[in-house]
Ligand binder design. Structure first.
Ligand code: NAP
Length: 299
C-alpha cells in the first residue's frame, strides 16, 4: 500500500463549499469520488465543474441525489447503493446546515432540521453504507463536526437536553447547530466503539473557521463580513486548507489505524468532556436508532 493508492470516497454535500473543495482535491490526487447533492441541478453543475478540474476526473466521478433531512431519501439512496454491491473506502459526512432563522423548522419526518441533517441523517446513512465500508479493506467514517461544540465557544453555549433533544422548548439556531455538532461526536465515538474488532474506523474533524463557505448560510451584513472581511482574519482557515483537512481524514495513511479521534489541521485535538461521555454517546445513538426505526448496529 502506498500514499497514491486509489481510494473510493463518498462526500456528502459535494455540490459546494468544503465538500466540493474536498472532492476536487481527492480527484486531483487520482481518487474515485462520489458526491451527493440534494438538488439535482446543483449536483449536475458541480459534476461539470469537478469533471474539468483535473485530468480524467469525469471517469472517476459520480453524482447521487441525497437529502439528509429525509429518511426516505437516505433509504432510497442506500437501496440503490447496496444493489450495486459496491465497496467504499471512506464516507465524509460533510453536508450540514447552520440555520439563521429564530424559527424552529422541522423535516418531512417531523424532526428538528439541524439535528436531523447534521447528525441523525449521517447516522442512518452510515448504517446504509456499512456493508460497503466493511467490504473495503479499511473503511473510514469521517464526521465533520466543529469546535463550536466546545462549551467555551462564542455565542449561546451548547446544551443538549435528552428530555428535549429536538429543542421543542427554547429553540435557537446557534444552540441547534452546536448541539448537532456535539451529537456528531457522540455518533463518531459510539460507532468507533461498536466497530472495534472490525476493519472500519470512525473519526471526526473540525475543518476550521472558513468564512467564505460559512457566508453562504447567512444574509446581509453577516454575509458581507464573512465574505470580504473575516476571510482575511488570522484565525480564518482558507478553503483549500479546510478541504485538505477533510481529504486527509479520508485517505491519509498516517491515520489508518486511528479511531475515535477528533482532528483539526491534520492533528488530534481534544473534544469536549461531554462529547467523551460514553453513556451520552450510547444514549444519543439509541435515540437516533429509534427515530430512524432501525435496530442497534453494528451489533
Ligand atoms: N464553514 C465553516 O466555517 C465550518 C466550520 C466548522 C464546521 N463546518 C461544517 O463543515 C461542513 C461544510 O460546511 P460548509 O461551510 O461547506 O457549508 P455550506 O457551504 O453551507 O455547504 C453545505 C453543504 O451541505 C448541503 N446540505 C445542506 N442541507 C442538506 C440536506 N438536507 N441534504 C443534503 N445536503 C445538504 C448543501 O447543499 P445545498 O447546496 O443544496 O444547500 C451544501 O452542499 C458542514 O457540516 C459545516 O457544519 C463548517
Amino acid at each position: 500500500m502506498n500514499d497514491r493508492e486509489t481510494k473510493t470516497v463518498l462526500v456528502t454535500g459535494g455540490n459546494r463549499g468544503l465538500g466540493h473543495e474536498c472532492a476536487r482535491q481527492l480527484l486531483a490526487d487520482g481518487h474515485r469520488v462520489i458526491i451527493t447533492a440534494r438538488d439535482r441541478a446543483k449536483g449536475r453543475a458541480a459534476l461539470e465543474s469537478l469533471s474539468s478540474s483535473s485530468a480524467n476526473a469525469s471517469a472517476r466521478l459520480e453524482l447521487f441525489e441525497l437529502d439528509l433531512a429525509s429518511l426516505a431519501s437516505i433509504r432510497a439512496f442506500g437501496a440503490q447503493w447496496e444493489r450495486e454491491g459496491r465497496s467504499l473506502d471512506a464516507v465524509v459526512h460533510n453536508a450540514g446546515v447552520m440555520q439563521q432563522s429564530p424559527t424552529r423548522r422541522v423535516t418531512v419526518d417531523g424532526f428538528e432540521e439541524t439535528l436531523a441533517t447534521n447528525a441523525i441523517g449521517p447516522y442512518l446513512l452510515t448504517k446504509e453504507l456499512w456493508p460497503s465500508l466493511v467490504r473495503a479493506r479499511a473503511g473510514r467514517v469521517v464526521m465533520v463536526s466543529s469546535r463550536l461544540h466546545l462549551p467555551d465557544s462564542r455565542g449561546e453555549p451548547v446544551r443538549f437536553d435528552f428530555d428535549d433533544p429536538q429543542l421543542e422548548r427554547g429553540y435557537s439556531p446557534d444552540r441547534a447547530y452546536k448541539n448537532s455538532k456535539l451529537a456528531c461526536l457522540w455518533v463518531t465515538y459510539e460507532l468507533a466503539r461498536r466497530a472495534e474488532g472490525t476493519s472500519v474506523t470512525a473519526n471526526a474533524v473540525c475543518p476550521g473557521f472558513v468564512p467564505v463557505t460559512a457566508a453562504e448560510s447567512v444574509k446581509g451584513f453577516s454575509r458581507f463580513m464573512l465574505k470580504y472581511v473575516l476571510r482575511f482574519a488570522p484565525f480564518a482557515t482558507a478553503l483549500g486548507d479546510a478541504g485538505s483537512s477533510l481529504k486527509w481524514c479520508a485517505v491519509d495513511l498516517s491515520i489508518a489505524e486511528s479511531r475515535a479521534k477528533f482532528f483539526a489541521e491534520k492533528r488530534e485535538i481534544p473534544s469536549s468532556e461531554e462529547s467523551r461521555d460514553p453513556e451520552k454517546a450510547r444514549r444519543f445513538c439509541e435515540l437516533a436508532a429509534k427515530l430512524c426505526a432501525v435496530d442497534r448496529w453494528p451489533a
